[in-house]
Design a protein around this ligand. Structure first.
Ligand code: DLL
Length: 433
């Protein structure tokens, strides 16, 4: 059953009417209460009254991560601090963290959207949700938590870490839904195996994974190891947290964006032009209902594409393709553009390598070098050196063929790459030092 089916399956005409009404109200509000936006509008020679259709949104200037940094910590808030009941911050993987605030109504809207998201991912009120997203400034833990309670499910607020204890809880409490980053999920599977507990025999039915890029192959691996259906959930602190978009478990083919609360656009990151449906580019979001921290045409740096054709689940909201990477985590190795997720796809084609890898980028003289460190499974590692060398050669050849970049592949001992309890660290770029 779809939670809040009226909004999820609304005809697009009605949806767009709601979007326009909410957009106009949001623009009026930020213009009146956030000096940054007022200045931006003035520099573009417009006022909120000039926006009379959804297409007019293109007249409004973008907001960037740098703009948020310039207004650190609370300069972008649109309500007095008296009305702010919660503060979160982004993980700051690419620099200074950005700080976001929520009114009581924002927290409630977020809970409602997360209830809708969990429902799309297969959860019902009868489920027990093992929530291994980190609780704290990161939005993952509390975001899922409030959504699970709103849905009426039981939530185990286990957070990240204490991995062995988590496995015992999974065995004893019988949770039916797992929420975690995909990389931490693989770590959980590994520790369960060490403890002699068959992960695929636990009671899980669905897994709702996100907060970092992961490939289709990684999904296959997780579904097989856990014996579940795995869906992709997307979000970012600046726009709300988790629950901006999610795949439905029926199709697992693109993430439905909650368009009654956010307007997504795809732009060419170089020119800023809005791109047509189906074309890949940078995701941009405008929030329609947020009070404390509304964002207008916020450039996420995440790469995706949008499609609006109907889905088998009955939802009418546009779907975004899974995020393949960020404009700022694209590596340029001797002129070739490479995303870590592309390397991941190549590695996962090969059975004997484990889904744990790290990319090391260096500069030798004037030349960039890429080293791919990847773990092999126990069996291969105990084989002779000759076989390992052959495997390194084979992987390097596949990477060269698929991505056009030469890389040195280093097979490393099982369990030697550091495990994350949240987002995995995939790239170590020594060129930036
Ligand atoms: O990662 C919110 C979240 C929590 C989403 C739990 C899903 C589950 P931030 O820490 O602000 O917020 O990081 C946001 O993470 O701009 C993307 O680059 C990346 N990201 C989030 N979800 C996905 C995903 C949370 N499903 C940044 N696929 C975003 C790929 C993702 N990247």
């Amino acid at each position: 059953m779809i939670y809040n089916i009226d909004y999820e399956t609304m005809p697009r005409e009605g949806l767009e009417a709601i979007q326009l009404r909410r957009l106009q109200a949001t623009l009026e509000r930020v213009y009146a209460s956030v000096p940054f936006y007022k200045k931006k509008f003035e520099s573009a020679g417009i006022t909120p009254a000039d926006i009379t259709s959804l297409d007019d949104l293109r007249k409004v200037p973008f907001t960037t991560k740098q703009d948020l940094r310039d207004n650190y910590p609370f300069g972008m808030f649109a309500v007095p601090m008296d009305n702010v009941v919660r503060i979160h911050a982004s993980s700051g993987t690419t620099g200074q963290p950005t700080v976001v605030g929520y009114t009581a109504r924002d927290v409630s809207t977020w809970a409602e959207l997360m209830a809708r998201a969990l429902s799309a991912g297969g959860a019902t009120r009868g489920d027990i949700i093992h929530n291994a997203y980190g609780y704290g400034l990161f939005t993952g833990g509390l975001g899922v938590h409030y959504g699970a309670e709103r849905l009426g499910a039981s939530v185990i607020p286990v957070s990240g870490g204490n991995t062995k204890r988590q496995i015992v809880i999974m065995r004893d409490f019988g949770p039916t839904i797992l929420t975690a980053t995909p990389s931490y999920t693989l770590h959980l599977a590994e520790v369960a195996e060490e403890m002699g507990i068959a992960f695929d025999q636990l009671s899980f039915k669905y897994g709702i994974f996100g907060a970092e890029p992961w490939s289709e192959k990684m999904r296959d691996e997780i579904e097989r190891k856990l014996g579940i259906v795995a869906v992709d959930i997307y979000g970012l602190s600046e726009v709300m947290g988790p629950g901006v978009a999610i795949e439905c478990h029926e199709a697992k083919n693109g993430l439905h964006v909650f368009e009654d609360h956010f307007i997504p656009e795809i732009i060419d990151p170089a020119t800023g032009d809005v791109l047509p449906a189906g074309q890949e580019g940078e995701l941009v979001f405008t929030s329609l209902t947020k009070e404390a921290f509304p964002v207008i045409r916020y450039r996420t740096r995440d790469i995706s594409a949008l499609r609006t054709e109907p889905c088998v689940c009955g939802r009418t909201h546009a779907r975004m393709q899974r995020v393949s990477g960020r404009t700022d985590d694209m590596l340029i190795i001797r002129g070739v553009n490479v995303f870590p997720s592309q390397i991941e796809s190549v590695l996962m084609e090969t059975e004997e390598v484990a889904p744990h890898y790290q990319l090391m980028v260096d500069r030798e003289g004037n030349l960039d070098t890429l080293t791919v460190r990847v773990e092999v499974d126990e069996k291969l590692f105990s084989d002779e050196v000759r076989k390992l060398q052959a495997m390194e050669k084979k992987l390097a050849k596949n990477i060269k063929e698929m991505l056009g970049v030469s890389a040195r592949v280093q097979l490393v001992e099982p369990k030697s790459i550091e495990r994350s309890q949240g987002k995995a660290v995939r790239v170590i770029d020594n060129r930036k030092l």
